[in-house]
Design a protein. Sequence first.
Length: 310
Amino acid sequence: MLPFVGTLDLVTCNLQVTLFDEIHQTVTTTAERVGPSVVGLGRGWARGSGVVVGPNRILTAAHAMRSDDPTVTFHDGRTATGRVTGTDTDLDIALIEVDTEQAVTWEPDAVTSLTIGAPVLALSNPGGHGLRVTFGMVSATGRSFRGPRGRRIPGSIEHTAPLPRGSSGGPLVDPEGRLLGLNAVRREGGLILAVPADQALHARVEALARGESSARPRLGIALAHPRAARKIRAAAGLPDHDGLLVHAVLDDSAAATAGLARGDLLVAAGDTPLTSADDLFEALDAAPDTLTLRVLRGTEDRDVAIRFSS
């Protein structure tokens, strides 16, 4: 005897079919509408994705760039050699100049109304190996992650639309096809973080297009992990002390010119204690010309003036 199928079961089944049909239609429409704006970058293992944001402008993730003249593959298979015209590694974005076709719809204010649970679609074309479109939802807003140079990138969008390797730099859009973000980082559990395509990002892209580089001053140092720093000082017979341990100094950098060296412990910027890398970045942004650091070299306390070239 066949099991009885009640009215509620039929309604639930119909709702599921309707929902899947709507998702299918949304993905298909987005592929047709936004797909031509999505490009592949590079070849082989050195690959990424990007999105056309204006005439002769492709936006991508800075960490996806392996050269200043990347191979760009368009949706129709056409390839061209692009030219990186601007990079902001602190924001993890790069702008590429090449002859383009259709641009994505970018309305920066669309990001401001984004809430948890909102449907989103992620697109990519990893290294030119074909368009990918996935459906998901916003799982969190206002998240942050560290860019290639260690600065914290705030306000990112966390979502559930899965993406393959080589998708960094591809767009995150809403069901209307409007740009919401630039996919950048894969987190545990498969969640993706995207740099928000808000007014600040739009202004930064316009600045890069004008040839304006990042004005943020740079020390030119690498910092040891806090746990490693404590072990290094303990092994050297030095007392535990709050601060940031210099692991390496870049030749010809502002830090090298000022005399900073591997093993120095940065304990304060001016009168502000340094307990995290973010403290140091905030001090750098607030003092673009000269920054005075209090440094422990062994057990000797000294002040070091860092001067940045204009």
